[in-house]
Design a binder for this molecule. Structure first.
Ligand SMILES: Nc1ncnc2c1ncn2[C@@H]1O[C@H](COP(=O)(O)OP(=O)(O)OP(=O)(O)O)[C@@H](O)[C@H]1O
Length: 285
């Protein structure tokens, strides 16, 4: 394994010489442990038998071709699938060794502790200030809101760009700024985990680079799980990568499967499964 930040090429995989893999810390005291997870929509088993462990303050990337179940798995981590009436989750997801789907668990508290950022920036149609202040206010925050808003926007690398227009509408910001605001809004309630579902797919390369820099900084404090179609992004930002694909059964139904989960450097430079190698080298997907 290369030292953190040391350039390391990915033979047969991603060709970019700029890719430098991040070394993955250990998986001791994991945040999530997923065992034999299957997710159904109605009678369709969309994802089958997933097993993986998400490490504390690591960035875990979920990659794979369209429809292999990445977003479905991501939504299991904060019980967003509960909001889809046909969805049914089978198997085990332990969050700090507690059953995330246990009867006594409050899904609202789960979503406060495990926040989510979506593909399309979706700020509230409110001021920049109120976008950040909303969650803490609802949660009964008793401290100084002005300080919290400044601290959060600084944390999300947005303060300098917005400090003189906090009362302006968030909708007037650029797409990249809106997405950083959404990340700020998510971290304002002090979650432990931030789930990101293709957070850069609607952004240009400059805005994408800013979000990637931000993710690296946020990983010092938060555990991040990201779904991305952009393999270079997974290679650049994540410590560990899970590669999914979909098997087609004899009735023509597609079932998402986790093919391989490992340190990102390993997945991109020396994967153990041929399907992973074919995907990262662009031979399919
Ligand atoms: N709300 C839903 N209702 C019914 N089926 C769904 C729903 N959401 C996803 N699916 C199905 O589950 C499977 C996995 O979809 P999912 O969106 O999780 O895949 P994905 O890998 O994230 O895809 P993409 O990369 O295109 O976003 C697909 O067959 C999809 O049609």
């Amino acid at each position: 394994m290369s030292a953190p930040g040391a350039p390391s090429e990915a033979p047969g995989g991603i060709k970019s010489p700029q890719v430098s893999f991040r070394s993955a810390p250990s998986l001791e005291a994991p945040v999530f442990e997923v065992g034999s997870l299957s997710v159904y929509y109605g009678s369709h088993e969309a994802v089958r038998d997933v097993n993986l462990t998400v490490g504390h303050r690591q960035i875990t990337a979920l990659i794979g071709p369209s429809g292999c179940g990445k977003s479905t798995v991501l939504r299991c981590f904060n019980r967003m699938n509960d909001l889809i009436p046909t969805a049914r989750v089978v198997g085990k997801i332990r969050y700090h060794d507690e059953d995330l789907y246990g009867r006594e668990v409050d899904p609202i508290e789960v979503r406060r502790r495990i926040g989510m950022v979506f593909q399309k920036p979706n700020p509230f149609p409110k001021s920049i200030y109120d976008n950040i202040a909303y969650g803490p206010r609802v949660g009964g925050f008793k401290g100084n809101l002005d300080d919290l808003v400044e601290e959060t926007l600084t944390h999300a690398a947005l303060w300098d760009e917005v400090k003189d227009k906090l009362k302006s509408s968030a909708l007037a910001l650029s797409g990249g700024q809106q997405q950083r605001l959404c990340i700020a809004r998510t971290i304002a309630v002090k979650p432990e985990v931030v789930l990101m579902d293709e957070p850069c797919s609607a952004l240009d390369p400059i805005a994408t680079a800013k979000i990637e820099d931000l993710m690296e900084k946020l990983a010092e404090e938060f555990t991040i799980v990201i779904v991305t179609h952009n393999m270079q992004q997974a290679a650049r930002v994540s410590h560990r990568t899970a590669f999914f694909t979909a098997d087609v059964d004899d009735k023509g139904e597609r079932h998402g499967r986790l093919v391989e989960y490992d340190e990102t450097e390993r997945i991109f430079s020396n994967p153990s499964d041929r399907r992973t190698e074919d995907y990262i080298s662009g031979r399919f997907g």
